[in-house]
Design a protein around this ligand. Structure first.
Ligand SMILES: Nc1ncnc2c1ncn2[C@@H]1O[C@H](COP(=O)(O)OP(=O)(O)OP(=O)(O)O)[C@@H](O)[C@H]1O
Ligand SMILES: [Mg+2]
Length: 456
């Protein structure tokens, strides 16, 4: 197998021949031409993996070749081979996207190494491109599923913020409401999408390491600092840094973070030089940061800095309509993923899902459904498939909704009662304590009714 196709463009025949020989031996597939126009038609016919380009050619300059390739959106790694006299044009070539330049006369090993490196970098670049394209598809606004008016409004605002210059965004919401998801959507739908998104959960790093993790350190800044290390802010330059659970950042780091946000530059730990950074900070929290500032745990100045644009995601229980929407969305997704075929939800299962208060929000709903998909081979999702805490949930809202409209022809109260008791016993697989809880009565009361209705 060839290591790749190399196209050499040089009017010096001797250079072409010697490069061809050496590179052939290395396992490359080599073609050479002596004119820029021939190079262009060769490239348009079948682009090589790498181009070795002389700048001084009889027909067009190498720089002109680069310009034309750029205009046509060709992303071929280019190694410029130039004589010393044309350093200026070599610089220009680099500006036009050439990967590296080698001055003539050159050493064959240097060329081999440069080709190898350029191909590696190109390979990495296409890998990164692939991931970025994929991510921006996964993290589109449409993937934040909701039919609720409050979320629609929130997403409208998030769209505006994403395309704005806003340097800081705060996302607040209970655990599992989709804060991370929204942050990623904002990044991938912003102008920063082609630069890195770097994520840090502020609780995951011990206080002593947090500063160096965020801002980097110079060699020898502290005992373990054997080498210089760039911090996440530097790595995220031109992109976005997502700081999860910002409420957990210790006070001394809060001060430093505020300074970096205000100055737009930082100093590595132990460093003296200021490094300019252009990073959007998206901070998330499931705490009430105002309360935290009042309690003295979170600095007010940092809070105001972060709070310029705040996106508040309401919990799932406050947008009950989304429960079934999300359920169907996840069932559909998992049907594909796990090769299952859950086509429907029984009415009772729907009711249980809606009545439940979902303290873990969408994450919890997603996990519940994923578990069912793995464990149950069924076409209809039934109450039995749901975890006990959902089957037996009797929150206030659940009771409030247990309102039965009296039919015109009347009904037999005893029958209704007996039927409900039967259902409760079914849900709990005969567990009387749990069934009584479901019905909001004591176990003794349940037993009396069971005797009365001859259920035991
Ligand atoms: N509206 C939504 N549509 C589709 N998936 C969602 C939605 N909201 C959340 N999810 C999914 O639910 C899971 C939890 O979301 P995420 O991790 O963003 O929550 P979080 O608010 O960051 O939670 P925590 O506070 O625990 O970090 C993720 O898998 C996410 O993709
Ligand atoms: Mg999160």
């Amino acid at each position: 197998m060839t290591k790749g196709k190399v196209l050499i463009v040089d009017d010096d025949k001797l250079i072409c021949w010697s490069l061809e020989q050496v590179l052939n031996k290395e396992g490359y597939d080599v073609t050479f031409v002596h004119l820029a126009n021939d190079a262009l038609s060769e490239i348009f016919k079948e682009p090589p993996d790498i181009l070795l380009l002389d700048l001084l050619l009889p027909d067009l300059s190498g720089v002109e070749v680069l310009k034309r390739l750029k205009k046509k959106d060709y992303h071929i790694p280019v190694l410029v081979i130039s004589a010393m006299a044309t350093v200026d044009s070599a610089v220009q070539a680099m500006k036009l996207g050439a990967y590296d330049y080698i001055s003539k006369p050159f050493n064959m090993d240097a060329v081999k190494l440069a080709i190898q490196k350029a191909l590696e970098v190109d390979h990495l670049r296409s890998e990164v491109d692939y991931h970025r394209t994929r991510e921006s598809r996964i993290y589109g606004f449409n993937n934040f599923v909701s039919g609720h008016s409050s979320i629609r409004e929130l997403l409208r605002m998030a769209r505006r913020v994403a395309s704005s210059e806003a340097p800081t965004i705060l996302i607040q919401g209970e655990s599992g409401t989709g804060k991370d998801l929204l942050a990623r959507v904002i990044h991938y739908q912003s102008k920063r999408a082609n630069s890195p998104l770097v994520e840090l959960n502020c609780t995951a790093v011990p206080e002593t390491l947090l500063e160096s993790e965020l801002f980097g350190h110079e060699q020898g800044a502290f005992t373990d600092a054997k080498k210089m290390k760039r911090g996440l802010f530097e790595i995220a330059n031109k992109g976005t840094i997502l700081l999860e659970e910002i409420g957990e950042i210790p006070q001394p780091i809060q001060v430093k973070l505020l300074k970096v946000l205000e100055d737009r530059r930082l100093r590595r730990v132990g460093g003296l030089k200021n490094i300019a950074i252009d990073v959007r900070v998206i901070a998330t929290t499931n705490r009430d940061l105002i309360a935290e500032t009042k309690a003295g745990n979170f600095r007010t100045d940092l809070f105001y800095r972060l709070n310029v644009i705040t996106l508040l995601i309401p919990p799932l229980r406050e947008r009950k309509g989304d429960i079934l929407l999300l359920t169907k969305y996840f069932l559909n997704r998992y049907n594909h993923q796990f090769h299952r075929n859950i086509k429907s939800l029984s009415k009772e299962a729907e009711k249980l899902l809606i009545n439940y208060n979902w303290p873990g929000n969408i994450r919890q709903l997603k996990n519940v459904l994923e578990r069912i998909m793995i464990l149950e081979d069924t076409e209809e999702l039934l109450p039995d498939h749901l975890p006990y805490e959902i089957q037996s949930y009797t929150g206030d809202e659940a009771h409030a909704q247990a309102f039965i409209k009296l039919p015109h022809i009347g009904l037999k109260l005893g029958e209704v009662e007996k039927n409900l008791i039967n259902q409760a016993l079914d849900y709990t697989e005969g567990n009387q304590v749990q069934a009584a809880k479901l019905l909001g009565i004591s176990r003794d009361a349940l037993r009396r009714k069971m005797i009365k209705f001859k259920l035991m």
